[in-house]
Write a protein that binds this ligand. Structure first.
Ligand SMILES: NC(=O)c1ccc[n+]([C@@H]2O[C@H](COP(=O)([O-])OP(=O)(O)OC[C@H]3O[C@@H](n4cnc5c(N)ncnc54)[C@H](OP(=O)(O)O)[C@@H]3O)[C@@H](O)[C@H]2O)c1
Length: 289
């Protein structure tokens, strides 16, 4: 049975708790991946301007045979778009590439441009408010049903919550067994901001972890299934990436419950030492330990 729970958002809408991640899926392969995912039962797809695959994702959404209103599509305004005009133009370009009239969720990809990710000296507060205003206007114009952020820390979020017209519906953050930002999650949920977990399988870095393998074996499931179920039981949205249909099926077969004791054990799994060959990506290199 394919997992199909939803999570309510503060703006009165809801989001499927399981979504297909598409980072590093080539544009040429993205339509097939989306069609496969939808036929498996997924109803939520996560892309971004920066992934270079909005055209393929949009083609898959339009071709998959399931009515558009039953599908949830997210895209993200590139981290480098930090003015009202560049953000507004990029939203229109995204819709054109996707071939859609609107997305269900539009996200600021990062509080800082990637080259300055997590730099202490510039939070881009004023610029993020400009981008947020462009997103509020896009929402008011019907181009996005919900708007949110990604990679925002508490101060970045407070800036938007205190000064924006619309509260972010979500914050999409790095969260997986071995690296779960519990304090940030508590702040988000305490402020009615839903949390989406990206890289729920640690970008693949946790697949051979002995402790996690042992817990997965006790439930007769794979490490990805255990890791995705852990995220869902924390009340977060999980966005596992794969273009492999059998992995899609496995990752949506979540008809088991992790016990409280095992949730506590998974919460305490020691942090990864690195994301291996992928450590050069700023989302990974800045967020361990
Ligand atoms: N907002 C942000 O800044 C941000 C940053 C990173 C990611 N994201 C989003 O989150 C999504 C997921 O993150 P991610 O792509 O970094 O990593 P992930 O989903 O944690 O892990 C993907 C890796 O796990 C493997 N995998 C998945 N299911 C598997 C299975 N059942 N069995 C064996 N291997 C499996 C995949 O291999 P195969 O492809 O071979 O299945 C791939 O190597 C992204 O695609 C993107 O949508 C957002």
């Amino acid at each position: 049975m394919t997992y199909n729970e939803k999570i309510d958002l503060d703006d009165g809408t809801s989001i499927p708790a399981l979504g297909l991640g598409t980072w590093l899926i080539d544009d040429a392969d993205a339509a097939q991946a989306v069609e496969d995912a939808v036929s498996v039962g997924y109803r939520h797809v996560d892309t971004a301007q920066a992934y270079g695959n909005e055209a393929g994702v949009g083609a898959g959404i339009r071709r998959c045979g399931v009515p558009r209103e039953e599908l949830f599509v997210t895209t993200k305004v590139a981290a480098e778009n930090k003015s009202y005009d560049s953000a507004a133009a990029s939203i229109d370009e995204s819709l054109a590439r996707l071939g859609l009239d609107r997305v269900d969720l539009l996200i600021i990809h990062s509080p800082q441009p990637w080259a300055e990710f997590r730099a202490d000296d510039n939070h881009y507060y004023a610029e993020n408010l400009e981008v947020w205003r462009a997103m509020e206007d896009a929402r008011a114009a019907g181009k996005a049903r919900s708007i949110g952020v990604s990679n925002f820390l508490v101060d970045d979020l407070k800036n938007i919550i205190d000064n924006g017209r619309v509260r972010p519906a979500v914050n999409q953050v790095l969260a997986h067994v071995g690296n779960t930002p519990f304090e940030l999650i508590d702040f988000c949920t305490g402020n009615d901001v839903a949390v989406e977990a990206y890289s729920p399988v640690a970008h693949g870095a946790i697949l051979n972890d002995d402790e996690v393998l042992a817990v997965a074996a006790a439930y007769g499931v794979s490490v990805p299934q255990l890791c995705i179920r852990y995220i869902l039981q924390l009340g977060l949205v999980a966005l596992p990436k794969t273009a492999n249909r059998s992995h899609m099926e496995q990752n949506a077969a979540l008809d088991f419950t992790i016990s409280e004791d095992d949730m506590a054990r998974l919460r305490a799994v020691k942090p990864l030492e690195s994301y291996g060959e992928h450590s050069f990506f700023p989302v990974f290199s800045t967020q361990l330990g």
